[in-house]
Design a protein around this ligand. Structure first.
Ligand code: GSH
Ligand code: GSH
Ligand code: FES
Lengths: 104, 104
């Protein structure tokens, strides 16, 4: 669909993309982890887009199998949520992924 | 108001009370921390009560100054949110509060 194509385009053209909700602490945590690592993620706040936000969340679920926020992509690859991103960081793999994607 | 009285009654009659939202990971984190410590909190899911949930959240804001979830009480005392509760645990003070309140 058109929406799926636009998500694919956004996640391949931007090194780090976070689909988020403004009032969600897990979304804030992952956004601030990226900032601490020197990466400036493209953040899309699903709750600030009216009905399109819900449509977009359904599209993300179709594309990734994940209906929850935050929904994180690095270098066009689907990473998962907050706990997935933090686990990668603890294992020392996040910095590598960010530099390979040209985010840092 | 009647709602304020009912909140005061609930938090004094139950050793641990957590006002939560079912889909919020910070709410889940604080609920599982209490379970791990052997306390069975009274959990009130604000998103499962229809319009009363929003009313209740406003009442909690008036009583505690906190509009966010999770909203935690131990022994009738307002503790705060997830990060406040985790901080108390890290300092070794949460177990004491729970046993003093008769939760463990
Ligand atoms: N482990 C996941 C949890 C994600 C999660 O449960 N997110 C919540 C908000 S914190 C959500 O989107 N809930 C909506 C739902 O469950 O329908 C992560 O770390 O991102
Ligand atoms: N530091 C607080 C954060 C609480 C918080 O921001 N909760 C969010 C959900 S995770 C909330 O209630 N957001 C609603 C809002 O900001 O209006 C805690 O640990 O509980
Ligand atoms: S809504 Fe509470 S952590 Fe996401």
């Amino acid at each position: 669909s058109r929406l799926e194509e636009s998500v694919k385009k956004i996640v391949t053209e931007n090194p780090v993309v976070v689909y988020s909700k403004t009032w969600c602490s897990y979304s804030s945590e992952v956004k601030s982890l990226f900032k601490r690592l020197g990466a400036e993620p493209l953040v899309i706040e699903l709750d600030q887009m009216g009905p399109q936000g819900r449509q977009l969340q359904k599209t993300l679920e179709r594309l990734t199998g994940q209906h929850t926020v935050p929904n994180v992509f690095i270098g066009g690859k689907h990473i998962g949520g907050c706990t997935d991103t933090v686990k990668l960081h603890r294992k020392g793999e996040l910095r590598l992924l960010l530099s390979e994607a040209g985010a840092t």
